[in-house]
Design a protein around this ligand. Structure first.
Ligand SMILES: [Zn+2]
Length: 132
């Protein structure tokens, strides 16, 4: 039996903020995931968290800035509609090191469809606390 648990999104958000408030900067999604998971495990030992999920949730937090570090310039194929259900699609964006906004994936507003640029290209993410 699999007794691993998925932490709810708002718990992960809270933990991400807590981590970044103490560190100000985390240099990779793997590191962020392990720091966040360490916090969450204090509450529930069987929680599990993937680096990709941590990054996606971090992108939704206004106080956090996500920067994408890439070796090449990214040209992601532009899509206008969800390939599964044809609903409106949302771009997931991050800034690169030159502060230019780049699309790092897509998410459907209706169904669970998500696409991630990492499937095509290795990327490194940096997470920063914004000065607010
Ligand atoms: Zn869809």
């Amino acid at each position: 039996m699999n007794d691993r648990k998925i932490p709810p999104e708002d718990k992960v958000k809270e933990a991400i903020l807590q981590v970044l408030k103490s560190r100000l900067k985390v240099e990779s999604q793997e590191e962020l995931a392990s720091l966040v998971l360490r916090l969450l495990k204090k509450e529930e030992k069987s929680y599990t968290l993937s680096p990709t999920r941590v990054k996606r949730i971090a992108l939704l937090i206004p106080e956090i800035e996500v920067k994408a570090k890439t070796k090449k310039t990214i040209k992601m194929q532009k899509i206008d509609k969800c390939p599964i259900c044809e609903s409106e699609i949302e771009e997931l964006k991050a800034k690169n090191l030159l502060n230019k906004e780049i699309v790092i994936g897509y998410r459907c507003k209706k169904c669970a469809y998500q696409s991630d640029l990492e499937a095509f290209m290795p990327m490194k993410y940096i997470f920063l606390l914004r000065n607010v």
